[in-house]
Design a binder for this molecule. Structure first.
Ligand SMILES: Cc1cc2nc3c(=O)[nH]c(=O)nc-3n(C[C@H](O)[C@H](O)[C@H](O)COP(=O)(O)OP(=O)(O)OC[C@H]3O[C@@H](n4cnc5c(N)ncnc54)[C@H](O)[C@@H]3O)c2cc1C
Length: 300
């Protein structure tokens, strides 16, 4: 197993040695709350199969809007009420096609590992996506061809790729079950006819795609947003959802919808921020949080 896989396995092993339990593929249906006087405290979670798991703290990595809207009874939420969640502008969504195809040996002359193909319009396309929430006839895309860097990612003589198109979130009302096939066909034709990947359709070995419905129904992301609340000025920094719940003690949030924002580096930063807040609330030694303490100390 490669570097990252081994690292994750090592982490899981250590976690389990310390008495931790990692449960995958377990849908959370509810965050359980208890009232102590005026204080509301997170006490654990209930899974979709009805199992209740008690916990000292709850950290939700799910979408901010759906964590509050679907997992917590509105009677416990003053700050993050349904109206606030509904009024928050959600970011765009994505249409992503994953595909494998036979190489013709010329890809490395025309394409890079990352290729951004801009459409004819810029500002107006953004207005279609964010404002008008319509699927325009033209599009911009980010074509990702990692096999140009590491050929072991596909069988010999083949490439593995995805291409990503920004599209409106599901407030658009677009019927993706009807639109998905059409759009993926249009994109393949574009890549073929514009000379990015000539003859692509004949060379395709496999393909699949995800639409905003995947973000909404599989990842439980409100309106199928791909990046949490839209990073507008009034929804950024302090105004972006907080990593420590204002409504409920011992409840924390982490990930793209929280501070500082979406994208892998920001999500890693949000994990650090959330860990710091928990450490503050539970008087954990700063050396442990900053990683300056020895491994032994961190695991005590
Ligand atoms: C195709 C694509 C390409 C990207 N490329 C880049 C890039 O090049 N660089 C970059 O910085 N960022 C990129 N991003 C964005 C980046 O991947 C995301 O911002 C980041 O992964 C979000 O991390 P997260 O932990 O907040 O959410 P996720 O990784 O979505 O994790 C949240 C998890 O919570 C689970 N969940 C939700 N609700 C529940 C529930 N009730 N019970 C149990 N589980 C639940 C979901 O199923 C999901 O697995 C890309 C995104 C996509 C889709």
């Amino acid at each position: 197993m490669g570097g990252t896989g081994a690292l994750v396995q090592g982490f899981v092993k250590k976690f389990e040695e310390l008495g931790g339990r990692l449960q995958c593929n377990a849908e959370v249906n509810q965050i359980n709350i208890a009232k102590q006087g005026n204080k509301k405290i997170a006490t654990g979670i209930t899974l979709a199969d009805g199992t209740e798991l008690a916990a000292d703290i709850v950290v939700s990595n799910g979408d901010w809007a759906n964590t509050y809207r679907h997992l917590i009874d509105p009677k416990y939420r003053l700050w993050n009420g349904n109206l606030r969640v509904k009024l928050t502008q959600q970011s765009m969504s994505l249409f992503v096609i994953y595909f494998g195809f036979r190489a013709d040996g010329q890809e490395d002359e025309k394409l890079q590992h990352h290729t951004i193909i801009l459409g004819p319009r810029y500002e107006e396309l953004l207005k279609d996506i964010f404002g008008r929430k319509i699927l325009a006839k033209d599009f911009s895309q980010y074509l990702h061809l990692p096999t140009l860097t590491d050929s072991s990612l596909a069988p010999p003589g083949h490439h593995a790729a995805y291409t990503l198109l920004p599209v409106p979130n599901n407030r658009s009302g677009i019927d993706w079950s009807e639109m998905g096939d059409r759009l993926s066909n249009t994109v393949f034709t574009f890549l073929d006819e514009r000379g990015y990947l000539p003859g692509l359709k004949e060379r395709l070995v496999c393909h699949s795609y995800i639409t905003p419905d995947y973000f909404e129904h599989d990842l439980n992301s409100y309106l199928g947003n791909a990046f949490g609340p839209e990073p507008l000025l009034v929804q950024s920094a302090f105004f972006r959802p907080h990593n420590r719940s204002e409504d409920i003690a011992n409840l924390y949030l982490v990930g793209a919808g929280t501070q500082p924002g979406a994208g892998t580096p920001s999500v890693m930063m949000s994990a650090k921020m959330t860990a710091r807040l928990i450490a503050e609330d539970f008087a954990v030694d700063e050396a442990i949080v900053s990683g300056k303490a020895s491994q032994e100390l961190s695991y005590r």
